[in-house]
Structures are given as C-alpha cells and as structure tokens.
Ligand binder design. Structure first.
Ligand code: NAD
Ligand code: UD1
Length: 353
C-alpha cells in the first residue's frame, strides 16, 4: 500500500517524501512541476536509497489522475499541490481558485471513486486572517485577506462538507505557521522563483550576495523591537508532523484541524541576528514601511497537535537558520541549473511514469 503525495516535488512535499520513505512507506508523487523541479525527488531517492514513483500530472487533468489511482494501491493522500504566492493570487485570483480549489475537488472525486477516504491537507495560518489575539488556537476566528488565503479557507470548508456527507472520510487539516530551513544534508531545500517574498529565503540570498540588502517591513509594531513577529518552524519538524497526522487518519475517521508551529514567536531582527550568528555573514538591512496586509504578531498554540497527534516541534531558530544557510551555500541558484530532464547523475530509483 502506498501514500500518494500531491505536490511532492515542492519544498515541503520533498521533505515529507523523505520522512515517509525513511519510515518505510511506499511513495507515489503527482506534481505538474509548475513550481518545482524533479531534481528534488532525484535527491530524495538518493538520500534515502529508496524508490519513488513520479507522475508529472496536473490535478486538473482528471483522466490522468484517475490512471494514477487505477495503477496503484493507494491507502492515503497527502495533498500539498497548490499555488502559494499571496501577491500573485491578488493579480490572478481566478487562476488561484481554479488551480487550488478545482484541483482539490477533482482529487476528492477521484479518491471517492476508488474508495480512498484518507487525506492530510496543507492549510496555512493564513486562514486566521488578521487575528488579533495570540497565541492562535484552532478555535480562533477564521477569515481571509487575499485569494490565496480564501482558497485555503474554502478548501477547508469543502473537506468539512465532504465529511458531513460521508462519515467514513478521515481528514487532517494542517495549518502551517512559517516553514523555513532545509534538510540537514543541504541537498534539498526551498527554491523560490525570482525574488523571494518571504523573509528567510530573502535573508539567505542577501547573505550569499545574490541580493543587496533586506527590507525590514516596519519597526513600529507593538513588539520587542518593533519588527513583525512570526512562528518559524523547521521544515523537517513540519514534515514529521505529516507522518503523525497520517498515523491519526489511519486510526480514526473525522475531520480535524491542527496548528503546526513551535508556539514561539521571533521578530524579523531576531531572525537576522540568529542568521548572522550561524553563518558568520552580515545581513545588511534597511527599515521600510509596513508591508500592506501584514500583521504585527502571529504565533501558534500547538498544544492540540501535541495532545492528539503526539507531535511537537523540536528544532530552534539557530538550527533553522544554519540548515537554510547550508542549503543556500551549496545550491546558490537552487535547482535552477539542472533542467527537468537532465541530472548530474542517473538515479534508477526515481521511476518516472
Ligand atoms: P511549493 O510550491 O514548493 O509546492 C507545491 C507543489 O505543488 C509544487 O511542486 C507545484 O509544482 C505543485 N502544484 C501546484 N499546482 C499543481 C497542480 N494543479 N497539479 C499538480 N501539482 C501542482 O510549495 P510548498 O511551500 O511546498 O507548499 C506546499 C503546500 O503547503 C501548499 O499547498 C502551500 O499553500 C501550503 N503552505 C505553504 C507554506 C509555506 O510557507 N511554504 C505555508 C503554509 C501553507
Ligand atoms: C507569508 C504569507 C502567508 C503565509 C505565510 C507562511 C504574505 C503576505 N503572506 O506571511 O500567506 O501563510 O507567509 O508561509 O506573503 N519581512 C520583511 N522583509 C521581507 C520579507 C518579510 O521584513 O523581505 C517580514 C514580514 O513583514 C513579516 C516577517 O518578515 O513580519 C515574515 O514574513 P513572511 O516570511 O513573508 O511571512 P508572513 O508575513 O507570515
């Protein structure tokens, strides 16, 4: 029996595939490679010495997705596939809704056809909107401030409706806080397209000399040093959270949301200092205006995940920064130099279907 991972070639997906393989699961990946490279999966199979079956399939292509389910003995799905750039979602909302919501509906329809009713879904802390109270629990009010966030909220509601219609579904909705870092080997990591929007890849690219300076968006928030506070979580801790959620959905039916965060907030300037400490590099920065739509403080209450999944984040910010830096140093241009068809080595363990 295999686990199907949609979006498995992406940042969080590739780290989760690695954890799944190391835990002895059979892994099948479906990804259209719209925001990733097959090289990530080649490296995951290299790191684990295990086989991955890969289908370059778009979730919107129901016929091809059906073939994937027809050809394999799938027991559960971990669903990462989606578009995630907030700014872009404001510019092309219909495309975001079509891809994220449409893709999820088609996936659920095919799962239903094959009687596979177990899913772990990638949601986001963005569903808490401009939440004013911290720490944020799963019962905090939900809202969306942009089409990306709204697509996550709508998908959560669709999954709830699906469960109401058929109580044999078993779904874990994981609300990630701010995933950063990389696998400690430095072989897989975050590879954003163009200039990064998010803090940690931006800091890494300044430190490596690819970007000139960091813009710190606002120093007049009600925080220790005035800069925004977030709950950064190591991507390996996050990946482990998926295995715990998988275990839960194998045992119980229902639909439950879980915060995956550390419960600890750090400011932008604290992150800059931690990064400078571990890398030995200076990260020049300039204070700018607040970024529209940003909130001052956002961190999780992760106790539900600890209580019900037996999961806690273990890695601190220095390890997150060190691992992000190792990845950046050994892959200054990400996976970019390697095309989706060539590789620095042939890997017979990656089976491209
Ligand atoms: P990512 O872009 O690296 O991975 C997403 C993958 O999905 C990519 O490989 C992309 O090619 C694939 N994809 C997109 N649309 C597809 C489609 N229609 N069919 C098949 N494949 C498709 O992003 P990530 O950071 O790994 O995020 C994974 C998930 O977690 C996303 O759903 C994202 O919204 C969510 N999330 C991410 C963060 C974050 O900060 N990285 C935070 C909260 C939630
Ligand atoms: C972003 C996304 C959000 C997503 C979350 C987790 C936006 C607007 N929101 O939010 O949907 O759920 O990531 O992945 O993109 N900062 C700087 N300079 C920079 C970049 C960021 O000062 O160049 C600051 C921000 O103002 C914020 C903090 O760093 O205080 C973190 O920013 P970022 O990494 O973009 O994450 P979020 O704002 O939490």
């Amino acid at each position: 029996m295999a686990i199907l991972v949609t979006g498995g070639a992406g940042y969080i997906g590739s780290h989760t595939c690695l954890e799944l393989l190391n835990a002895g699961h059979e892994v099948i990946v479906v990804d259209n490679l719209s925001n990733s490279s097959i090289e990530s999966l080649r490296r995951v199979s290299e790191l684990t010495g295990k086989t991955i079956k890969f289908y370059q399939v778009d979730l919107l292509n129901k016929e091809k997705l059906d073939t994937v389910f027809g050809q394999n003995n799938i027991e559960a799905v971990i669903h990462f596939a989606g578009l995630k750039a907030v700014g872009e979602s404001v510019e092309i909302p219909l495309f975001y809704y079509h891809n994220n919501i449409g893709g999820t509906i088609i996936l659920c329809e095919v799962m239903k056809k094959y009687g596979i009713k177990r899913m772990v879904f990638s949601s986001s802390a963005t569903v808490y909107g401009m939440s004013e109270t911290t720490p944020i629990t799963e019962n905090s009010p939900l809202s969306a401030t942009n089409p990306y966030g709204r697509s996550k909220l709508i998908i959560e509601e669709i999954l709830n409706d699906l469960y109401v219609s058929d109580n044999s579904w078993s779904i874990a909705v994981l609300r990630y806080f701010n995933p950063i870092g990389a696998h400690k080997s430095g072989r897989i990591g975050e590879d954003p397209n163009g200039v990064p929007n998010n803090l940690m890849p931006y800091i890494s690219q300044v430190a490596v000399g690819r970007l000139k300076e960091l813009s710190v968006y606002g120093n007049d928030y009600l925080t220790l040093d005035g800069t925004g506070v977030r709950d950064y979580i190591h991507v390996e801790d996050l990946a482990r959270g998926h295995l715990k959620a998988l275990k839960k959905i194998m045992a119980d039916s229902g639909v439950e949301a879980y915060n995956l965060g550390t419960g600890q907030g750090y400011s932008v300037l604290e992150m800059v200092s931690a990064f400078e400490r571990v890398s030995g590099k200076l990260v020049p920065y300039r204070i700018r205006d607040r970024r529209p739509g940003d909130i001052g403080i956002c961190y999780s209450d992760p106790t539900k995940a600890e209580r019900e999944l037996g999961w806690v984040a273990e890695k601190g910010i220095e390890e997150m920064c060190l691992d992000a830096w190792r990845w950046q140093l050994s892959n200054p241009n990400g996976y970019q130099e390697l095309s989706n068809t060539s590789s620095e080595f042939e890997n017979p363990r990656l089976i491209v279907m």
